[in-house]
Design a protein around this ligand. Structure first.
Ligand SMILES: [Zn+2]
Length: 92
């Protein structure tokens, strides 16, 4: 029973693990795409740091170049490292 539940959670979350988090701090999350832990930002912080708009960020997420996941309370968290690589490569 426990094993079945674990598999379900793994497939839904794509194996993201939240290591640390506070309301006003970026979360340190293990990102399987980066193969390491990094800062994950809310959408507003991501816009501020990247200087690109929400639509461009979502487009990066859709193309798989920006790593992101949704928490159980429907907050979108964005991998800062991949976001910065995306911004630099696209030259917005
Ligand atoms: Zn990442």
């Amino acid at each position: 029973m426990t094993e079945a539940k674990k598999i379900l959670i793994t497939s839904e979350t794509r194996e993201f693990f939240i290591l640390h988090g506070a309301d006003d701090e970026p979360m340190m999350v293990y990102c399987p795409e980066c193969v390491g832990s990094g800062k994950f930002l809310g959408i507003e912080a991501a816009v501020e740091i990247s200087s690109i708009n929400v639509r461009a960020i979502i487009s990066g997420i859709d193309s798989g170049r920006v790593h992101a996941f949704e928490t159980t309370d429907r907050q979108l968290l964005i991998c800062e490292a991949s976001l910065l690589v995306y911004v630099n490569s696209e030259k917005f």
